[in-house]
Write a protein that binds this ligand. Sequence first.
Ligand code: SF4
Length: 389
Amino acid sequence: MSTWWQACVGRAVSRRTFLKTGVCSLALLALPPRAKAVGAPDPRQGFVNPQPALYYRALAGHKISCQLCPRACEVGPGDRGDCGVRENRQGRYLTLAYGNPCAVHVDPIEKKPFFHVLPGTPSFSLATAGCNLRCQFCQNYEISQARPEETYNMDLPPAQVVARARQAGCPSVAYTYVEPIIFFEYMLETSRLARQAGLLNTCHSAGYVSAAPLEELAQVLDAACIDLKAFDPGFYRELVDGELEPVLATLETLRRRGVHVEIVNLVIPRKNDDPGAITRMCRWIADELGPLTPLHFSRFYPLHKMRHHYPTPVSTLEQAWDLARKAGLKYVYIGNVPGHAGEDTRCHSCGKTVIARRGYRVGETHLKDGKCAHCGAAIPGIWRPRTAA
Ligand code: SF4
């Protein structure tokens, strides 16, 4: 990889936290927190470039009802919505998360984690500050729970993202690290330009978005990695400050619109590791999205407000893997356990390994034009780069 881009969060971020959160790519860990590659725009503390927001309704008294996500915030003059990036200025609704990412990295696409999208390729990955959820176990809380004024942000408008992604040799752009829906307008415009330039658009999202903006985004989105945090509305209310139902609706919409979907379930001991609930979740995925939908069971590490909880035993992940297979899912993975055999992709038809992995590294592959080289079965996913429009 010839070029690495980095913008770092403005608040003090310890090296230990960088190591744990994964905000930084492995290749960047040797750099001091505020260093950047030669040629990258200088990150500036609090840089914002307010732009008109989409998806809202004007109410009486200059109030605004935000329609972007299920929180449906009512935002008074001078106030912001719960995500901290959408502001009502006397009835004008603006986003402060446009063209000012605080995290910009070239990551292996396996880190998203996408295991069925252009394996072994780099993905130009970015996020602004802010989030519309309050996960107590957030892996990237230092940027997700910050406002744009609190982070060091690059001046990186959509066209620049595309240019730099191409310069870095990335066949895809990934909107990730926080809930990218909160920088919806930036993601949408960048996605349109990226598609014209022949890049894939991918995102890692909690799926917490309203129906209309999701339909618009689905027109330019190629692949989505969606966190299904638990199959339990109580878990969502207690630990996420959200609701389960909108996430399921998002998954169904993406499936219907032909967006490639992979699901991540972070397994937290004693919180969402109940075998019955895992089985119900897997049956729902198999029935509603299809048995070939990739599902990643990911290991929890203590962080943020759950830093005193203990990590997920590998045996719990293996039990979840077994339950998912018994529920009919064919592509089940174990994540955050580098070197585990559960990282490999095995053909749903013949059971032989088609992509071997160790951590984010791709090993031997037995894929030919998206088909299993052993038996010829078509493996679900995106195996070819886009070409420019
Ligand atoms: S996007 Fe932000 S302001 Fe809009 S409803 Fe969601 S949390 Fe509230």
